[in-house]
Design a protein around this ligand. Structure first.
Ligand SMILES: Cc1cc2nc3c(=O)[nH]c(=O)nc-3n(C[C@H](O)[C@H](O)[C@H](O)COP(=O)(O)OP(=O)(O)OC[C@H]3O[C@@H](n4cnc5c(N)ncnc54)[C@H](O)[C@@H]3O)c2cc1C
Length: 490
Protein backbone atom coordinates (compact mmCIF):
# COMPACT_ATOMS: atom_id res chain seq x y z
CA UNK A 1 0.00 0.00 0.00
CA UNK A 2 1.27 3.51 -0.73
CA UNK A 3 1.15 6.34 1.77
CA UNK A 4 0.31 9.85 0.71
CA UNK A 5 3.61 11.19 2.03
CA UNK A 6 5.62 8.64 0.04
CA UNK A 7 3.77 9.62 -3.10
CA UNK A 8 4.74 13.25 -2.74
CA UNK A 9 8.38 12.26 -2.48
CA UNK A 10 8.32 9.76 -5.34
CA UNK A 11 6.43 11.85 -7.83
CA UNK A 12 8.40 14.94 -6.94
CA UNK A 13 11.86 13.35 -7.26
CA UNK A 14 11.86 10.19 -9.27
CA UNK A 15 9.32 10.36 -12.06
CA UNK A 16 9.31 6.60 -12.16
CA UNK A 17 6.37 4.22 -12.16
CA UNK A 18 4.91 4.05 -8.69
CA UNK A 19 4.17 0.86 -6.82
CA UNK A 20 0.53 -0.18 -6.71
CA UNK A 21 -1.39 2.48 -4.83
CA UNK A 22 -4.47 0.81 -3.62
CA UNK A 23 -5.87 -2.63 -3.30
CA UNK A 24 -8.00 -2.49 -6.37
CA UNK A 25 -6.36 -0.23 -8.92
CA UNK A 26 -3.55 -1.84 -10.81
CA UNK A 27 -2.20 0.97 -12.96
CA UNK A 28 -0.64 4.05 -11.47
CA UNK A 29 0.35 6.18 -14.39
CA UNK A 30 -2.23 6.54 -17.09
CA UNK A 31 -3.63 9.26 -19.22
CA UNK A 32 -5.81 6.72 -20.96
CA UNK A 33 -9.21 8.16 -21.86
CA UNK A 34 -10.76 4.71 -21.54
CA UNK A 35 -12.86 3.87 -18.52
CA UNK A 36 -11.14 1.66 -16.02
CA UNK A 37 -12.68 -1.20 -14.10
CA UNK A 38 -15.21 -0.20 -11.49
CA UNK A 39 -13.61 -2.22 -8.72
CA UNK A 40 -12.15 0.70 -6.83
CA UNK A 41 -15.45 2.43 -6.36
CA UNK A 42 -16.89 2.54 -2.88
CA UNK A 43 -20.57 2.58 -3.85
CA UNK A 44 -20.49 -0.05 -6.54
CA UNK A 45 -22.49 -2.67 -4.69
CA UNK A 46 -25.25 -0.22 -3.87
CA UNK A 47 -25.79 1.30 -7.26
CA UNK A 48 -24.73 -1.15 -9.93
CA UNK A 49 -27.42 -3.50 -11.08
CA UNK A 50 -26.46 -7.12 -11.48
CA UNK A 51 -27.28 -7.86 -15.16
CA UNK A 52 -28.34 -5.57 -17.97
CA UNK A 53 -31.92 -4.32 -18.06
CA UNK A 54 -33.89 -5.46 -21.05
CA UNK A 55 -35.89 -2.32 -21.77
CA UNK A 56 -37.44 0.82 -20.30
CA UNK A 57 -38.53 0.48 -16.70
CA UNK A 58 -41.97 1.87 -17.59
CA UNK A 59 -43.97 2.21 -20.82
CA UNK A 60 -43.35 5.45 -22.69
CA UNK A 61 -46.29 7.88 -22.80
CA UNK A 62 -47.40 9.17 -26.21
CA UNK A 63 -47.05 12.78 -25.13
CA UNK A 64 -45.85 14.95 -22.27
CA UNK A 65 -45.81 18.63 -21.37
CA UNK A 66 -42.08 18.34 -20.85
CA UNK A 67 -39.38 15.69 -21.23
CA UNK A 68 -36.30 15.91 -19.01
CA UNK A 69 -33.28 14.06 -20.43
CA UNK A 70 -30.81 12.60 -17.91
CA UNK A 71 -31.32 11.16 -14.44
CA UNK A 72 -28.42 12.79 -12.59
CA UNK A 73 -28.55 15.53 -10.01
CA UNK A 74 -29.92 18.13 -12.41
CA UNK A 75 -32.47 15.94 -14.14
CA UNK A 76 -33.89 14.64 -10.86
CA UNK A 77 -34.00 18.09 -9.26
CA UNK A 78 -35.67 19.58 -12.34
CA UNK A 79 -38.37 16.94 -12.66
CA UNK A 80 -39.07 17.20 -8.91
CA UNK A 81 -39.46 20.98 -9.05
CA UNK A 82 -41.56 20.86 -12.23
CA UNK A 83 -43.93 18.43 -10.54
CA UNK A 84 -43.95 20.49 -7.36
CA UNK A 85 -44.86 23.61 -9.32
CA UNK A 86 -47.80 21.80 -10.86
CA UNK A 87 -46.48 20.48 -14.17
CA UNK A 88 -47.22 16.83 -13.57
CA UNK A 89 -47.43 15.47 -17.12
CA UNK A 90 -43.66 15.42 -17.23
CA UNK A 91 -41.31 12.56 -18.06
CA UNK A 92 -37.67 11.96 -17.13
CA UNK A 93 -35.74 9.67 -19.49
CA UNK A 94 -32.47 8.17 -18.28
CA UNK A 95 -30.29 6.10 -20.60
CA UNK A 96 -29.08 3.78 -17.84
CA UNK A 97 -29.97 3.95 -14.14
CA UNK A 98 -30.45 7.16 -12.16
CA UNK A 99 -27.08 8.76 -11.27
CA UNK A 100 -25.16 6.58 -13.81
CA UNK A 101 -23.23 9.49 -15.34
CA UNK A 102 -21.25 11.79 -13.05
CA UNK A 103 -23.61 12.04 -10.09
CA UNK A 104 -23.06 8.57 -8.59
CA UNK A 105 -19.42 9.24 -7.71
CA UNK A 106 -19.70 12.88 -6.63
CA UNK A 107 -18.02 14.01 -3.43
CA UNK A 108 -21.35 15.68 -2.58
CA UNK A 109 -19.93 18.66 -0.70
CA UNK A 110 -22.32 21.51 -0.01
CA UNK A 111 -20.93 24.84 1.15
CA UNK A 112 -23.52 27.52 1.83
CA UNK A 113 -21.33 30.58 1.42
CA UNK A 114 -20.13 31.79 -1.96
CA UNK A 115 -19.30 35.35 -2.98
CA UNK A 116 -22.57 35.88 -4.88
CA UNK A 117 -25.96 36.58 -3.35
CA UNK A 118 -27.81 34.57 -6.01
CA UNK A 119 -25.55 31.56 -5.49
CA UNK A 120 -26.03 31.76 -1.73
CA UNK A 121 -29.79 31.57 -2.35
CA UNK A 122 -29.44 28.67 -4.80
CA UNK A 123 -27.29 26.73 -2.34
CA UNK A 124 -29.67 27.45 0.52
CA UNK A 125 -32.52 25.99 -1.51
CA UNK A 126 -30.59 22.80 -2.28
CA UNK A 127 -29.83 22.41 1.39
CA UNK A 128 -33.47 22.96 2.30
CA UNK A 129 -34.58 20.30 -0.20
CA UNK A 130 -32.09 17.59 0.82
CA UNK A 131 -32.06 18.23 4.55
CA UNK A 132 -35.77 18.87 5.15
CA UNK A 133 -38.29 19.00 2.29
CA UNK A 134 -37.70 15.59 0.76
CA UNK A 135 -37.79 13.82 4.08
CA UNK A 136 -41.03 15.56 5.02
CA UNK A 137 -42.61 14.67 1.68
CA UNK A 138 -41.47 11.08 1.35
CA UNK A 139 -40.54 9.95 4.85
CA UNK A 140 -37.15 8.95 3.41
CA UNK A 141 -33.79 10.24 4.54
CA UNK A 142 -31.70 11.48 1.61
CA UNK A 143 -28.41 10.66 3.29
CA UNK A 144 -27.65 14.31 4.08
CA UNK A 145 -24.91 14.66 6.72
CA UNK A 146 -24.55 18.00 8.49
CA UNK A 147 -20.92 17.79 9.55
CA UNK A 148 -20.10 21.47 8.92
CA UNK A 149 -17.63 23.19 6.62
CA UNK A 150 -14.32 24.91 7.28
CA UNK A 151 -12.68 27.34 4.85
CA UNK A 152 -8.92 27.80 5.32
CA UNK A 153 -7.23 31.22 5.18
CA UNK A 154 -3.47 31.05 4.87
CA UNK A 155 -3.10 34.73 4.06
CA UNK A 156 -4.70 37.97 5.20
CA UNK A 157 -6.55 38.64 1.94
CA UNK A 158 -8.25 35.26 2.14
CA UNK A 159 -9.30 35.90 5.73
CA UNK A 160 -10.70 39.29 4.71
CA UNK A 161 -12.70 37.55 2.00
CA UNK A 162 -14.07 35.10 4.55
CA UNK A 163 -15.08 37.97 6.83
CA UNK A 164 -17.06 39.40 3.93
CA UNK A 165 -18.64 36.00 3.35
CA UNK A 166 -19.63 35.90 7.01
CA UNK A 167 -21.35 39.29 6.62
CA UNK A 168 -23.14 38.11 3.50
CA UNK A 169 -24.22 34.98 5.35
CA UNK A 170 -25.74 37.08 8.14
CA UNK A 171 -28.08 38.69 5.61
CA UNK A 172 -29.32 35.26 4.60
CA UNK A 173 -29.44 33.80 8.11
CA UNK A 174 -26.50 31.45 7.55
CA UNK A 175 -24.59 30.86 10.74
CA UNK A 176 -20.82 31.20 10.36
CA UNK A 177 -17.86 32.03 12.59
CA UNK A 178 -14.40 33.37 11.83
CA UNK A 179 -12.04 31.30 14.01
CA UNK A 180 -8.49 32.01 15.15
CA UNK A 181 -5.85 29.33 14.51
CA UNK A 182 -6.11 28.24 18.16
CA UNK A 183 -9.91 27.95 17.95
CA UNK A 184 -9.52 26.02 14.70
CA UNK A 185 -7.17 23.58 16.43
CA UNK A 186 -9.75 23.05 19.17
CA UNK A 187 -12.38 22.26 16.55
CA UNK A 188 -10.14 20.13 14.32
CA UNK A 189 -7.27 18.72 16.43
CA UNK A 190 -5.65 16.89 13.50
CA UNK A 191 -5.18 20.14 11.54
CA UNK A 192 -1.87 21.94 11.13
CA UNK A 193 -2.69 25.57 11.99
CA UNK A 194 0.89 26.91 12.11
CA UNK A 195 0.58 28.67 8.74
CA UNK A 196 -3.03 29.82 9.19
CA UNK A 197 -4.42 33.33 9.53
CA UNK A 198 -7.77 31.89 10.53
CA UNK A 199 -10.71 29.92 9.22
CA UNK A 200 -14.39 30.37 8.44
CA UNK A 201 -16.55 27.74 10.11
CA UNK A 202 -20.08 27.12 8.84
CA UNK A 203 -21.69 24.56 11.16
CA UNK A 204 -24.68 23.78 8.93
CA UNK A 205 -22.70 22.95 5.79
CA UNK A 206 -22.60 19.28 4.97
CA UNK A 207 -22.42 16.39 2.57
CA UNK A 208 -25.03 15.11 0.13
CA UNK A 209 -25.48 11.49 -0.78
CA UNK A 210 -25.97 11.16 -4.56
CA UNK A 211 -27.96 7.93 -4.66
CA UNK A 212 -30.14 8.87 -1.68
CA UNK A 213 -30.81 12.34 -3.05
CA UNK A 214 -31.72 11.26 -6.57
CA UNK A 215 -33.88 8.30 -5.65
CA UNK A 216 -35.77 10.40 -3.12
CA UNK A 217 -36.25 13.21 -5.64
CA UNK A 218 -37.57 10.67 -8.16
CA UNK A 219 -39.88 9.19 -5.54
CA UNK A 220 -41.25 12.61 -4.60
CA UNK A 221 -41.70 13.65 -8.25
CA UNK A 222 -43.45 10.38 -9.08
CA UNK A 223 -45.79 10.82 -6.13
CA UNK A 224 -46.87 14.13 -7.69
CA UNK A 225 -47.59 12.55 -11.06
CA UNK A 226 -44.26 12.71 -12.91
CA UNK A 227 -42.96 9.64 -14.73
CA UNK A 228 -39.34 8.53 -14.33
CA UNK A 229 -38.19 6.01 -16.93
CA UNK A 230 -34.77 4.40 -16.75
CA UNK A 231 -32.91 2.35 -19.35
CA UNK A 232 -34.34 4.46 -22.13
CA UNK A 233 -31.86 6.51 -24.13
CA UNK A 234 -32.96 9.51 -26.14
CA UNK A 235 -31.84 8.99 -29.72
CA UNK A 236 -33.27 12.09 -31.38
CA UNK A 237 -35.13 15.36 -30.81
CA UNK A 238 -37.65 16.44 -33.44
CA UNK A 239 -37.83 20.12 -34.28
CA UNK A 240 -40.34 21.85 -36.57
CA UNK A 241 -40.47 25.35 -37.98
CA UNK A 242 -43.69 27.23 -37.19
CA UNK A 243 -45.60 29.65 -39.40
CA UNK A 244 -43.43 32.54 -38.26
CA UNK A 245 -40.25 30.67 -39.15
CA UNK A 246 -39.38 29.93 -35.52
CA UNK A 247 -37.88 26.53 -34.72
CA UNK A 248 -39.67 24.67 -31.95
CA UNK A 249 -39.28 21.30 -30.21
CA UNK A 250 -41.99 18.83 -31.17
CA UNK A 251 -40.95 15.36 -29.98
CA UNK A 252 -38.31 13.19 -28.35
CA UNK A 253 -37.29 9.92 -30.01
CA UNK A 254 -36.10 6.73 -28.35
CA UNK A 255 -35.62 3.17 -29.59
CA UNK A 256 -38.79 2.31 -27.70
CA UNK A 257 -41.08 5.00 -29.08
CA UNK A 258 -41.56 8.73 -29.56
CA UNK A 259 -42.94 11.19 -27.00
CA UNK A 260 -44.66 14.26 -28.47
CA UNK A 261 -43.71 17.32 -26.46
CA UNK A 262 -43.21 21.06 -26.87
CA UNK A 263 -40.50 21.15 -24.20
CA UNK A 264 -37.21 19.33 -23.66
CA UNK A 265 -34.69 19.86 -20.85
CA UNK A 266 -31.16 18.72 -21.60
CA UNK A 267 -29.72 17.57 -18.25
CA UNK A 268 -27.34 15.08 -19.83
CA UNK A 269 -24.13 16.19 -18.10
CA UNK A 270 -21.04 15.58 -20.24
CA UNK A 271 -23.35 14.08 -22.90
CA UNK A 272 -25.28 17.35 -23.18
CA UNK A 273 -23.31 18.50 -26.20
CA UNK A 274 -24.32 15.37 -28.13
CA UNK A 275 -27.93 15.81 -27.08
CA UNK A 276 -27.78 19.43 -28.23
CA UNK A 277 -26.59 18.41 -31.68
CA UNK A 278 -29.70 16.25 -32.09
CA UNK A 279 -31.73 19.49 -32.25
CA UNK A 280 -29.14 21.83 -33.75
CA UNK A 281 -28.42 23.42 -30.37
CA UNK A 282 -24.88 24.45 -29.47
CA UNK A 283 -23.90 23.42 -25.91
CA UNK A 284 -20.54 25.01 -25.10
CA UNK A 285 -19.11 22.70 -22.45
CA UNK A 286 -16.14 20.41 -22.29
CA UNK A 287 -15.72 17.08 -20.48
CA UNK A 288 -12.70 16.65 -18.23
CA UNK A 289 -11.39 14.08 -15.79
CA UNK A 290 -12.04 15.16 -12.22
CA UNK A 291 -10.88 13.15 -9.23
CA UNK A 292 -10.48 12.49 -5.55
CA UNK A 293 -8.88 9.69 -3.55
CA UNK A 294 -10.36 7.96 -0.52
CA UNK A 295 -7.98 7.27 2.35
CA UNK A 296 -7.79 4.45 4.81
CA UNK A 297 -9.12 5.01 8.32
CA UNK A 298 -7.71 8.02 10.20
CA UNK A 299 -7.93 7.88 13.97
CA UNK A 300 -9.63 11.00 15.32
CA UNK A 301 -11.14 12.21 12.05
CA UNK A 302 -14.70 11.13 12.88
CA UNK A 303 -17.29 13.96 12.92
CA UNK A 304 -14.84 16.57 11.61
CA UNK A 305 -16.17 19.23 9.22
CA UNK A 306 -15.34 19.19 5.52
CA UNK A 307 -12.37 21.40 4.70
CA UNK A 308 -11.79 23.68 1.71
CA UNK A 309 -8.39 25.28 1.24
CA UNK A 310 -8.86 27.62 -1.72
CA UNK A 311 -5.21 28.67 -1.96
CA UNK A 312 -3.94 25.09 -1.97
CA UNK A 313 -6.86 24.17 -4.30
CA UNK A 314 -7.73 21.18 -2.16
CA UNK A 315 -10.69 19.84 -0.21
CA UNK A 316 -10.92 17.20 2.49
CA UNK A 317 -14.30 15.59 2.74
CA UNK A 318 -15.25 13.46 5.71
CA UNK A 319 -16.10 9.92 4.63
CA UNK A 320 -16.98 7.99 7.77
CA UNK A 321 -13.70 7.52 9.60
CA UNK A 322 -11.61 8.43 6.54
CA UNK A 323 -11.16 11.39 4.20
CA UNK A 324 -11.73 11.97 0.51
CA UNK A 325 -9.03 14.25 -0.83
CA UNK A 326 -9.61 16.19 -4.03
CA UNK A 327 -9.46 19.57 -5.71
CA UNK A 328 -9.54 21.41 -9.01
CA UNK A 329 -6.91 20.14 -11.45
CA UNK A 330 -4.69 22.89 -12.84
CA UNK A 331 -3.66 20.77 -15.84
CA UNK A 332 -6.71 18.58 -16.41
CA UNK A 333 -7.17 15.77 -18.91
CA UNK A 334 -9.90 16.42 -21.46
CA UNK A 335 -12.28 13.68 -22.49
CA UNK A 336 -12.65 14.44 -26.17
CA UNK A 337 -14.48 11.33 -27.30
CA UNK A 338 -17.34 11.15 -24.81
CA UNK A 339 -18.48 7.54 -24.87
CA UNK A 340 -22.15 6.53 -25.08
CA UNK A 341 -21.42 3.35 -23.16
CA UNK A 342 -19.98 5.03 -20.08
CA UNK A 343 -22.26 4.27 -17.12
CA UNK A 344 -21.21 3.83 -13.48
CA UNK A 345 -17.65 3.92 -14.82
CA UNK A 346 -14.42 5.64 -13.89
CA UNK A 347 -11.06 6.49 -15.43
CA UNK A 348 -7.66 5.51 -14.15
CA UNK A 349 -6.26 8.31 -12.04
CA UNK A 350 -3.34 10.22 -13.52
CA UNK A 351 -1.04 10.83 -10.56
CA UNK A 352 0.91 13.51 -12.38
CA UNK A 353 -2.26 15.57 -12.53
CA UNK A 354 -3.45 14.67 -9.06
CA UNK A 355 -0.26 15.18 -7.04
CA UNK A 356 -0.75 18.92 -6.63
CA UNK A 357 -3.64 18.20 -4.27
CA UNK A 358 -1.68 15.78 -2.10
CA UNK A 359 0.96 18.23 -0.98
CA UNK A 360 -1.65 20.74 0.18
CA UNK A 361 -3.65 18.03 1.91
CA UNK A 362 -0.65 16.59 3.77
CA UNK A 363 0.37 20.08 4.86
CA UNK A 364 -3.11 20.71 6.26
CA UNK A 365 -3.65 17.35 7.96
CA UNK A 366 -0.17 15.86 8.59
CA UNK A 367 -1.66 12.52 9.65
CA UNK A 368 -2.37 11.96 5.95
CA UNK A 369 1.33 11.43 5.34
CA UNK A 370 1.16 8.03 6.98
CA UNK A 371 -2.31 7.16 5.70
CA UNK A 372 -2.91 4.67 2.94
CA UNK A 373 -5.09 5.24 -0.10
CA UNK A 374 -8.08 2.92 -0.23
CA UNK A 375 -9.42 3.85 -3.65
CA UNK A 376 -9.26 6.43 -6.40
CA UNK A 377 -12.35 8.02 -7.93
CA UNK A 378 -11.73 9.77 -11.25
CA UNK A 379 -14.79 10.51 -13.35
CA UNK A 380 -16.02 12.83 -16.07
CA UNK A 381 -17.35 16.29 -15.26
CA UNK A 382 -18.35 19.12 -17.57
CA UNK A 383 -16.75 22.55 -17.43
CA UNK A 384 -17.58 25.80 -19.17
CA UNK A 385 -15.46 28.74 -20.27
CA UNK A 386 -16.53 31.05 -17.43
CA UNK A 387 -17.05 28.36 -14.80
CA UNK A 388 -20.79 28.97 -14.67
CA UNK A 389 -23.53 26.50 -15.65
CA UNK A 390 -25.55 26.58 -18.87
CA UNK A 391 -29.22 27.14 -18.20
CA UNK A 392 -32.37 28.42 -19.82
CA UNK A 393 -33.92 28.22 -23.24
CA UNK A 394 -31.49 27.71 -26.12
CA UNK A 395 -31.56 30.60 -28.56
CA UNK A 396 -31.66 28.25 -31.56
CA UNK A 397 -34.82 26.28 -30.69
CA UNK A 398 -37.88 27.33 -28.69
CA UNK A 399 -38.81 24.82 -26.00
CA UNK A 400 -35.26 23.43 -25.79
CA UNK A 401 -33.91 24.12 -22.29
CA UNK A 402 -30.46 23.47 -20.86
CA UNK A 403 -29.52 22.40 -17.33
CA UNK A 404 -25.91 21.33 -17.69
CA UNK A 405 -22.25 22.44 -17.48
CA UNK A 406 -22.02 22.46 -13.69
CA UNK A 407 -18.25 22.79 -13.17
CA UNK A 408 -18.05 20.42 -10.23
CA UNK A 409 -20.87 22.07 -8.33
CA UNK A 410 -23.88 20.23 -9.74
CA UNK A 411 -24.84 18.56 -6.49
CA UNK A 412 -24.84 21.67 -4.33
CA UNK A 413 -26.35 23.90 -7.02
CA UNK A 414 -28.77 21.21 -8.21
CA UNK A 415 -31.73 22.09 -5.99
CA UNK A 416 -31.57 25.83 -6.53
CA UNK A 417 -30.99 25.48 -10.25
CA UNK A 418 -33.63 22.78 -10.66
CA UNK A 419 -36.15 25.14 -9.10
CA UNK A 420 -35.11 28.07 -11.30
CA UNK A 421 -35.24 25.92 -14.39
CA UNK A 422 -38.72 24.69 -13.53
CA UNK A 423 -39.87 28.26 -13.02
CA UNK A 424 -38.25 29.29 -16.32
CA UNK A 425 -40.08 26.52 -18.19
CA UNK A 426 -43.47 27.13 -16.61
CA UNK A 427 -43.46 30.94 -16.39
CA UNK A 428 -41.06 31.84 -19.21
CA UNK A 429 -38.46 33.26 -16.84
CA UNK A 430 -36.58 32.26 -13.70
CA UNK A 431 -37.47 33.71 -10.32
CA UNK A 432 -33.95 34.94 -9.55
CA UNK A 433 -31.51 36.90 -11.66
CA UNK A 434 -29.94 33.96 -13.50
CA UNK A 435 -28.29 36.05 -16.17
CA UNK A 436 -24.82 34.72 -15.21
CA UNK A 437 -25.99 31.16 -15.94
CA UNK A 438 -28.14 31.93 -18.98
CA UNK A 439 -27.02 30.06 -22.11
CA UNK A 440 -27.73 33.21 -24.11
CA UNK A 441 -24.56 34.81 -22.69
CA UNK A 442 -22.56 32.60 -25.09
CA UNK A 443 -24.72 32.87 -28.14
CA UNK A 444 -23.71 34.97 -31.11
CA UNK A 445 -27.22 36.32 -31.48
CA UNK A 446 -27.09 37.46 -27.85
CA UNK A 447 -23.72 39.06 -28.40
CA UNK A 448 -25.41 40.91 -31.22
CA UNK A 449 -28.38 41.62 -28.98
CA UNK A 450 -26.06 42.96 -26.32
CA UNK A 451 -24.48 45.26 -28.80
CA UNK A 452 -27.93 46.15 -30.04
CA UNK A 453 -29.13 46.77 -26.49
CA UNK A 454 -26.08 48.91 -25.74
CA UNK A 455 -26.80 50.88 -28.90
CA UNK A 456 -30.37 51.31 -27.76
CA UNK A 457 -29.08 52.63 -24.47
CA UNK A 458 -26.75 55.10 -26.07
CA UNK A 459 -29.54 56.14 -28.39
CA UNK A 460 -31.64 56.71 -25.27
CA UNK A 461 -34.25 54.27 -26.51
CA UNK A 462 -35.79 53.26 -23.20
CA UNK A 463 -36.98 49.73 -22.95
CA UNK A 464 -37.73 47.60 -19.91
CA UNK A 465 -35.63 44.87 -21.50
CA UNK A 466 -32.60 46.79 -20.30
CA UNK A 467 -33.69 46.49 -16.70
CA UNK A 468 -35.28 43.10 -17.03
CA UNK A 469 -33.50 40.36 -18.95
CA UNK A 470 -36.49 38.03 -18.55
CA UNK A 471 -39.57 39.79 -19.90
CA UNK A 472 -42.88 37.89 -20.14
CA UNK A 473 -43.19 35.33 -22.93
CA UNK A 474 -45.17 37.46 -25.36
CA UNK A 475 -43.23 40.64 -24.70
CA UNK A 476 -42.40 42.87 -27.65
CA UNK A 477 -39.63 45.40 -27.88
CA UNK A 478 -41.21 48.48 -29.41
CA UNK A 479 -38.94 50.57 -31.53
CA UNK A 480 -40.53 53.50 -33.37
CA UNK A 481 -42.90 52.00 -35.94
CA UNK A 482 -41.32 48.57 -35.58
CA UNK A 483 -42.63 46.11 -32.95
CA UNK A 484 -40.27 43.14 -32.70
CA UNK A 485 -41.46 40.01 -30.87
CA UNK A 486 -38.64 38.67 -28.70
CA UNK A 487 -38.65 35.41 -30.61
CA UNK A 488 -37.69 37.31 -33.70
CA UNK A 489 -34.93 39.48 -32.30
CA UNK A 490 -31.87 39.48 -34.55
C1 LIG B 1 -14.78 13.62 -8.66
C2 LIG B 1 -15.94 14.57 -8.60
C3 LIG B 1 -16.25 15.20 -7.40
C4 LIG B 1 -17.31 16.10 -7.33
N1 LIG B 1 -17.61 16.68 -6.15
C5 LIG B 1 -18.65 17.54 -6.06
C6 LIG B 1 -19.01 18.13 -4.83
O1 LIG B 1 -18.38 17.90 -3.83
N2 LIG B 1 -20.09 18.95 -4.79
C7 LIG B 1 -20.82 19.23 -5.91
O2 LIG B 1 -21.78 19.99 -5.82
N3 LIG B 1 -20.50 18.69 -7.09
C8 LIG B 1 -19.44 17.85 -7.19
N4 LIG B 1 -19.13 17.28 -8.37
C9 LIG B 1 -19.90 17.65 -9.54
C10 LIG B 1 -21.26 16.98 -9.58
O3 LIG B 1 -21.14 15.64 -9.20
C11 LIG B 1 -21.80 17.12 -10.99
O4 LIG B 1 -21.81 18.49 -11.36
C12 LIG B 1 -23.21 16.59 -11.08
O5 LIG B 1 -23.28 15.28 -10.59
C13 LIG B 1 -23.64 16.63 -12.54
O6 LIG B 1 -24.95 16.17 -12.59
P1 LIG B 1 -25.72 16.17 -13.96
O7 LIG B 1 -27.10 15.74 -13.66
O8 LIG B 1 -25.50 17.46 -14.65
O9 LIG B 1 -24.93 15.09 -14.87
P2 LIG B 1 -24.89 13.50 -14.76
O10 LIG B 1 -24.90 13.02 -13.38
O11 LIG B 1 -23.77 13.04 -15.63
O12 LIG B 1 -26.28 13.06 -15.39
C14 LIG B 1 -26.47 13.03 -16.78
C15 LIG B 1 -27.29 11.80 -17.09
O13 LIG B 1 -27.71 11.83 -18.46
C16 LIG B 1 -27.77 10.51 -18.91
N5 LIG B 1 -27.77 10.51 -20.37
C17 LIG B 1 -26.75 10.77 -21.21
N6 LIG B 1 -27.13 10.65 -22.48
C18 LIG B 1 -28.44 10.32 -22.46
C19 LIG B 1 -29.41 10.05 -23.48
N7 LIG B 1 -29.09 10.08 -24.78
N8 LIG B 1 -30.68 9.73 -23.09
C20 LIG B 1 -31.01 9.68 -21.77
N9 LIG B 1 -30.13 9.91 -20.77
C21 LIG B 1 -28.85 10.23 -21.11
C22 LIG B 1 -26.53 9.86 -18.31
O14 LIG B 1 -26.62 8.46 -18.27
C23 LIG B 1 -26.49 10.51 -16.92
O15 LIG B 1 -27.11 9.70 -15.95
C24 LIG B 1 -18.07 16.37 -8.49
C25 LIG B 1 -17.79 15.72 -9.68
C26 LIG B 1 -16.74 14.82 -9.74
C27 LIG B 1 -16.43 14.13 -11.04
Amino acid sequence: MAFLGTLVWKVGRCRVALPPLCRAASRCYSSSPEPTTEKSVPYEKVLKQEGPLSGPTKPLPKSAECVVIGGGSLGCQTVYHLAKMGMTNVVLLERDRLTAGTTWHTAGLLWQLRPSDVEVELLAHTRQVVSTDLEQETGLHTGWIQNGGLFIASNKQRLDEYKRLMSLGKVYGIESHVLTPAETKDLYPLMNVDDLYGTLYVPKDGTMDPAGTCTTLARAATARGATVIENCAVTGVQVHTDDLGVKRVSAVETDHGTVQTPCVVNCAGVWAEKLGKMAGVNVPLIAMHHAYVVTERIEGIQNMPNVRDHDASVYLRLQGDALSVGGYEANPIFWDEVSEKFAFSLFDLDWDVFMQHIEGAVNRVPALEQTGIKSTVCGPESFTADHKPLMGEAPEVRGYFLGCGFNSAGMMLGGGCGKELAHWIIHGRPEKDMYGYDIRRFHHSLTNNNRWIRNMRTASTRCSLLRNPYPPKNYSVVLPGNPVPLDRLP
